[in-house]
Design a protein around this ligand. Structure first.
Ligand code: HEC
Length: 222
């Protein structure tokens, strides 16, 4: 064998090694041929809310506390007035009259109105929670209802309408805002437990005192 052959073989070997290295490198960066996909597709937007995360918003007490009855009247007239009347003794339209509906059993408020069986048999009372869920998404709250209203997502408008309805002869007390509740509750619970523990200690003390007294009596008798 001559030197030329060795040199040529050396180059072939070298080319092969480089080629191998490149192909394994490129497969590291390009996954095109493989079925695997990145774990999360698209961009992740920090702080974006997942749909259906209503629970993460302000609680009902808070949005009701910020509600405005006058705005509620406007909103109700505009959004609900095509189907509902609000005056006492008002006629039913496509929907029942709504004067004094807050606090009434669901689906019974306007006798003579042709409620759907879904609403009539729903049960429950129009309290703040129920009315809030109903106006947020009527067909989710009462599947099968004939109320042709898609729902009102805006907290301020919905809360204002609820407070307006409540002002029509019902005047129920809305739930209190819950914002700082977890902490307060914790403290209250602690205080309660401490008081109970003290009470228990007192009882023990009293029992001990009674025993002492009994012992003294015994001694006196002997
Ligand atoms: C397109 C017509 C329509 C619109 C708009 C509409 N409703 Fe209704 N509503 C109805 C009908 C129909 C019913 C009866 C549903 C059933 O029987 O299932 C109803 C029922 C109700 C009830 C239950 C009453 C009861 O006696 O239990 C409430 C409360 C109510 N609507 C409030 C509202 C409010 C507040 C709005 C506006 C934000 C509104 N509705 C918009 C048609 C409508």
């Amino acid at each position: 064998m001559d030197d030329r052959f060795n040199t040529a073989a050396g180059w072939v070997l070298f080319a092969g090694i480089v080629g191998l290295g490149l192909s394994s490198l490129s497969s590291k960066y390009f996954h095109g041929s493989k079925p695997e996909r990145p774990e999360t597709l698209g961009y992740i937007i920090e702080g974006a809310e997942v749909e259906g995360g209503e629970a993460a918003g302000p609680d009902l007490g808070t949005i009701l506390a910020e509600a405005d009855v006058a705005m509620g009247e406007q909103q109700a007239t505009a959004r609900c007035g095509s189907c509902h009347t609000f005056a006492q003794g008002g006629a039913a339209g496509t929907g029942p009259n709504l004067y004094g509906v807050m606090g009434q059993p669901i689906g019974t408020h306007a006798p003579g109105f042709g409620y759907s069986s879904a609403l009539a048999e729903n049960g429950g009372t129009w309290n703040f929670e129920a009315m809030n869920e109903w106006l947020l998404a009527p067909k989710r709250y009462v599947p099968g209802t004939t109320m042709g209203f898609a729902g009102l997502k805006d907290d301020a408008s919905r809360a204002s309408i609820i407070m307006y309805l409540n002002s029509l002869g019902s005047n129920l007390t809305p739930p209190a805002p819950q914002e700082a509740a977890p902490e307060e509750n914790g403290e209250e619970a602690d205080a309660g437990e401490a008081a109970e523990a003290e009470g228990a200690a007192d009882e023990e003390g009293a029992a001990a005192a009674e025993q002492d007294a009994a012992a003294e009596q015994d001694e006196g008798g002997a």
